[in-house]
Design a protein around this ligand. Structure first.
Ligand SMILES: [Zn+2]
Length: 165
């Protein structure tokens, strides 16, 4: 196992998020299997939330399907996506949860999708996670007088002052 995978496993064990994932697996009677890169897979998860085919808590990937299904070569990108979430838990610990929900809220308010503008899902890979890779901003946002970098640049040019880039 690569050193970074060991580090991730140790960090998620120490910060309690893997323990939370294992508790959730036990409470929902999911069966815990060995995964890849030191990640555990809890198969046969049955609760209706979240609606995704799999989700990650610490270094535990919980899935409605079997561990074999997730470890299949055809699901390599999905596994990699969930594996990156485990890395996010290693960095943030339990702060992952509030931070993730804020990111979900921001994405939902601006696009109507929980994932498209969610930092954590973008970081883990939108396509691999089954999210659209881009969506237009909701119409009311375009009516706000927001100044993006391009708007600033064009205004600067109109003023005749030199552009720094
Ligand atoms: Zn994800």
């Amino acid at each position: 196992m690569a050193a970074r995978h060991v580090t991730r496993g140790v960090l998620t064990a120490l910060n309690g998020t893997t323990g939370a994932g294992l508790l959730l697996a036990l409470a929902t009677r999911a069966r815990i299997r060995r995964g890849r890169h030191g990640v555990l897979i809890a198969e046969g998860y049955r609760l209706p939330v979240p609606p995704a085919s799999c989700f990650t808590v610490g270094s535990v990937i919980l899935t409605r399907r079997s561990a074999q299904w997730l470890l299949d070569e055809q699901r390599a990108e999905l596994f990699a996506h969930e594996h990156r979430h485990a890395g996010q838990y290693a960095v943030l610990g339990p702060l992952f949860w509030p931070a993730y929900w804020v990111a979900c809220g921001y994405s939902y308010v601006t696009t109507g999708s929980w994932g498209v503008r969610n930092f954590f899902e973008r970081n883990a890979g939108l396509r691999a996670g089954g999210y659209p890779t881009d969506l237009p901003l909701r119409p009311w946002l375009n009516r706000l007088p927001l100044r993006g970098p391009s708007a600033t640049r064009s205004r600067r040019r109109r003023d005749g002052s030199p552009s720094p880039d």
